[in-house]
Each structure stands twice: as structure tokens, then as C-alpha cells.
Write a protein that binds this ligand. Structure first.
Ligand code: HEM
Length: 508
């Protein structure tokens, strides 16, 4: 019997058992009359899970057009609210931020983040607060970001030299791959204090992990179906988490042999300096920072920096290739400031207004985490006359919010950086028309690091090279499809031909 037929058979069988169970064991329905936001009809057991499809951010956007910007879904046994407008996001993430500052427990983070000990998935409370404070102050502060500037400069210099050689022979380069490798190299030097490990593909493990974390896993929505692992996700999470754990163990052991925690050289050293310290958690209890917490935090830092920045850069370069007009304005802006005899430096970035607009426009159309990271309601609350119960899951569709024609006009789907001429974004929680970094207490703590990396790489790429699409692809038919996971990378790699455009650049 085919997999689809077996799944259908299981589904019918479970539906039958479920209906019997409801009929005989729970004859009385809960009759409390609370007004729920509108939403589509549900099926027994799976609710609306079957409707999500391969690209849930798109499906949820079209459902919200029918049911409204604050919409109810029943995902298996989990009541869920989906927010698809900036006004809705403001209500949930600003006015009532504290109520929605927690994360639901999901199998992916339980298995891969050492019992959800990583920052993105830990529940709101003293543990999360301590870890967030540590990461913000000790790893991601403005001075730490500045300190890692020489690493970005060096790695970009090496890459520009390689691309210069490719340009001499008119080679088509895999832009997606070189961007991902570049970010990987920068991140490893900054976090691990060394280059790539040859013996394993950490980047691939991280990508697999993010896809698994973003997946709508039946085990999270219909827990009693979880034991059957119909989607194979439990198995995949276990396999990926085991592989990641081996790598993290090796990284930590290497550092333990050489580190002087009083003089940290990289993120691992800094994180190891808090090993065995205690944190105050609820009820006057202390929690000792053990090895699993150290591994969870390191995994967050590596995972959160690799895929995010490279995704933004790839989408920006794709749009620039589709819009030669925009590319030309950007190149002129940079050249007017820097000339054509040297590479861009980080100190130049503050002078590039049009680059800011190009990046804001890219983040509006391609928010790296299209559904942010899910939130969980911490108490019963009424918002806009709708009663929302404790433990309800909240999904914010940042992808739909950035494309809302009521906010961004009828050309919302178009890449048009000039729309930001009058509107400077700072992503610090005051604007909700585009929320690529989320908002409120759970907002991304890596904005500064992410932004400087993204801006420097894009500026360097377009300043040092002219770029053309391969001969069989025109700007209008470049494939712009995305894949869904916790992040949305391009479905197909971007390829292009660089030609070096500086006169006499110093590459050291
Ligand atoms: C352009 C790059 C980046 C984008 C677009 C981005 C986006 C996001 C988004 C959308 C969230 C979820 C926010 C929410 O639920 O409201 C998030 C959370 C997070 N990001 Fe980023 N991020 C980027 C770079 C980084 C970097 C470089 C780091 C650190 C090295 C980082 C670390 C984190 C962490 C730890 C969280 C979880 C915060 C929490 O739950 O308290 N991010 N990011």
C-alpha cells in the first residue's frame, strides 16, 4: 500500500476512534460563550492543519483575506491566532507584549535545543531573562559587533580576490553558495575563533535543524499521534540533534583545553566563562549553568547568524539583478562616497541612504522568518472584543504584513526601495508596517550584527563588481520562488556573472 493510502487509512481510523471518544466519554461540550476571531471550518482531530500546504505564510495570507487580520485556526488540539496586519501586530506585540512574550514548547526545540534551553524557544521567565541579558550584553552589544569588524573585512577581502579571478574568465558563479560560505566563515571566526571544520558540514546540519524547527509537526498539535511519527520528523530531529551535539562537544572540548576565560577571544570563550555560575529562577531556586545550556546558547548564536544574514543578502542581490535601475543608483551612491580605487569599509556604511532603503525593501518583501517564532498566550485576555485563552498559540505573519496593500499601496508586491525615502526604519519596536526582526521583548537581539553584515556584503558586492544573469536568464524570468522553514531561503540557487569594476583596489 502506498504511503498516501496508509496515511489516509490511519487518518480515518483515528477520526473514528476520536469521534467515539468524544461521544461516549465527553458527551457535554464546554458551553462557555466566548467570542473567537473568525476562522475557517475545522476537521476532527487535525483541525485546520491540512490547509497549511507547502508555503504556510502564503496560505495564511490568503486565508486572512477571507477571515480577517486576526484569525482563529485550530491546529490539531492547539487553538491558534494568526495575525496578518500591522495594527494586529501592534496590539499583540506592543500593547500586550508581556502577555505574548512566551514560546510554546515544540518537539523540534525540545529535541534539538536541549529541552528548549536556547534563547529563541525558552519560555518567558527568569531563565530566559538571564540568558537574554547575557547574550545581549556579552555577545551582541555594539562594542562586540564593532570588535568583529576585522573578521568581516578579512573574509570579504579574500572573497573579492576569488571573484576577481572568476571575473577575468567570465565565469558563472553560484552566488547563493558563495554568500553562504562567506557568512559561514565570518560566523565561525567570530564564534568559534577558527575556520570551517573539514570533517563535517555544520552549515547543512544547521539548515536541516531550522527546517525541522519551522515544520508543522503533528506531534506538536496532536500529541497522541506523535508516537507514530507519520511525517518522520521525530526521527529526523533526533538524528540532527545527535550530529549537532557531537560537533558542539568537540568545539567545547577544544576550547576547554586552550581557553583563558579571563581573556575571551571568541563567543565560545565568553560563553564558557559563565559555566557553573548560578541563575536565580522562580521560587528562590538556583539553576546552575551546565554544559547543555552552554551548548544550547552556542547553537543559537551559530544558527541565528548563518541562515538569516545570507538569506537577506541572496534576496537583495536577486532583486538588484532583476532591477538594473536600482542596481545603478546603488552603485553610484557608493562610488560617489568611496571612489573607485578602494573597497567599502564599515565606517562608510552610515553614508549610504539608498543602501538602507534597498535593505529595508528586501526585509519587507522577504522577512527571513516569515512567521517570526511562535508566541504563546500567558493568560486569558480580551483583545478587540475577542477572548483569547491562556496557552493559545500566536503566529504573526510578518511576510503578509510586509505585503499588505492597505499599508504599502497597490504596488506592495513590487521591489521599490524609494518607498522608504520618507520612512526611516529602525526596527526597535515603534513601527509595525514591516517587522522582519519581530517586536517587543522577544525581538531579535542580533539586529545590529545582522544589519552590519548584510549591508557591508551587499555594498561590497555591488561596488567591486557589475553583475549579470547567466545568458539564458533575463531579469523578468529569474526564478524567485522560496522554500519554507523557520527561514525562507530561495528555492533555487542564484547564479550570476561578476565583472570587476574597480580601478586599483587595495584588497588587503
Ligand atoms: C538580518 C538578520 C536577522 C534577522 C532578519 C533576524 C530575525 C529574527 C526574528 C524574526 C526573530 C523572532 C522575533 C520574534 O519572535 O518576535 C529573531 C529572534 C532571535 N534572533 Fe534574530 N535575526 C537576524 C540575525 C540574528 C543574529 C546575527 C543573531 C545572533 C547571533 C540573532 C539572534 C536571535 C535570537 C537569539 C533570537 C531569539 C530571541 C528571543 O526569543 O528572546 N539574530 N530573529
Amino acid at each position: 500500500m502506498s504511503f498516501a493510502a496508509t496515511t489516509m487509512l490511519y487518518f480515518l481510523l483515528f477520526t473514528f476512534i476520536y469521534l467515539l471518544f468524544k461521544l461516549f466519554l465527553h458527551p457535554k461540550q464546554n458551553t462557555i460563550n466566548h467570542k473567537k476571531p473568525p476562522g475557517p471550518p475545522t476537521l476532527p482531530i487535525i483541525g485546520n492543519l491540512h490547509m497549511l500546504g507547502k508555503l504556510p505564510h502564503r496560505t495564511l495570507q490568503s486565508l486572512s483575506k477571507r477571515y480577517g487580520p486576526i484569525m482563529s485556526l485550530q491546529l490539531g488540539q492547539v487553538p491558534t491566532i494568526v495575525i496578518s496586519s500591522s495594527k494586529g501586530a501592534e496590539s499583540f506585540l506592543k500593547t500586550h507584549d508581556i502577555v505574548f512574550a512566551s514560546r510554546p514548547k515544540i518537539q523540534g526545540s525540545e529535541l534539538m535545543s536541549y529541552g528548549s534551553k536556547g534563547l529563541p524557544f525558552s519560555e518567558y521567565g527568569p531563565y530566559w531573562r538571564s540568558m537574554r541579558k547575557f547574550c545581549t550584553l556579552k555577545l551582541l552589544s555594539a562594542s562586540k559587533v564593532e570588535k568583529s569588524g576585522p573578521i568581516r573585512k578579512e573574509e570579504l577581502g579574500v572573497l573579492v580576490n576569488t571573484l576577481k579571478k572568476a571575473s577575468l574568465v567570465g565565469e558563472v558563479v553560484n552566488v547563493s553558495e558563495i554568500v553562504e560560505n562567506l557568512i559561514e566563515d565570518i560566523v565561525y571566526k567570530m564564534i568559534l575563533g577558527r575556520g570551517k571544520y573539514e570533517q563535517f558540514d555544520l552549515k547543512k546540519m544547521i539548515k536541516d535543524g531550522l527546517t525541522l524547527m519551522g515544520a508543522f509537526n503533528l506531534a506538536d498539535y496532536v500529541p497522541w499521534l506523535g508516537i507514530f511519527d507519520l511525517q518522520g520528523l521525530t526521527q529526523a530531529c533526533k538524528k540532527t540533534s545527535k550530529a549537532l551535539d557531537e560537533v558542539l562537544e568537540m568545539i567545547i572540548t577544544e576550547h576547554e583545553q586552550t581557553t583563558n576565560t579571563d581573556d575571551p577571544k571568541d563567543f565560545v570563550d565568553t560563553v564558557l566563562s559563565i559555566m557553573h555560575q548560578t541563575i536565580d529562577v522562580e521560587g528562590g531556586q538556583d539553576l546552575v549553568i551546565d554544559r547543555t545550556i552552554i551548548k544550547a546558547i552556542l547553537l543559537d548564536m551559530i544558527g541565528a547568524s548563518i541562515d538569516t544574514s545570507s538569506n537577506v543578502i541572496e534576496w537583495a542581490l536577486s532583486e538588484l539583478l532583476r532591477h538594473p535601475r536600482v542596481m545603478k543608483i546603488l552603485q553610484d551612491e557608493i562610488q560617489n562616497e568611496v571612489g573607485n580605487k578602494r573597497m567599502v569599509e564599515e565606517k562608510d556604511l552610515k553614508n549610504f541612504n539608498y543602501l538602507d532603503m534597498v535593505v529595508d525593501e528586501t526585509l519587507r518583501l522577504y522577512p527571513v522568518a516569515p512567521l517570526l517564532i511562535p508566541r504563546e498566550c500567558r493568560e486569558n485576555i480580551t483583545i478587540d472584543d475577542y477572548s483569547i485563552k491562556e496557552k493559545t498559540r500566536v503566529i504573526v505573519n510578518a511576510w503578509a504584513i510586509g505585503r499588505d496593500p492597505d499599508v504599502w499601496s497597490e504596488n506592495a508586491e513590487e521591489f521599490y526601495p524609494e518607498r522608504f525615502i520618507e520612512k526611516k526604519m529602525n526596527y526597535l519596536g515603534q513601527e509595525f508596517e514591516s517587522i522582519p526582526f519581530g517586536s517587543g521583548r522577544r525581538r531579535c537581539p542580533g539586529i545590529q550584527l545582522g544589519m552590519i553584515t548584510v549591508k557591508l556584503v551587499i555594498a561590497q558586492f555591488v561596488h567591486c563588481f557589475n553583475w549579470e544573469l547567466p545568458h539564458n536568464i533575463s531579469p523578468s524570468n529569474l526564478n524567485m520562488e522560496e522554500k519554507f522553514g523557520l527561514t525562507i531561503p530561495r528555492a533555487q540557487h542564484l547564479h550570476a556573472i561578476p565583472s570587476y569594476r574597480l580601478d586599483d583596489a587595495k584588497l588587503e
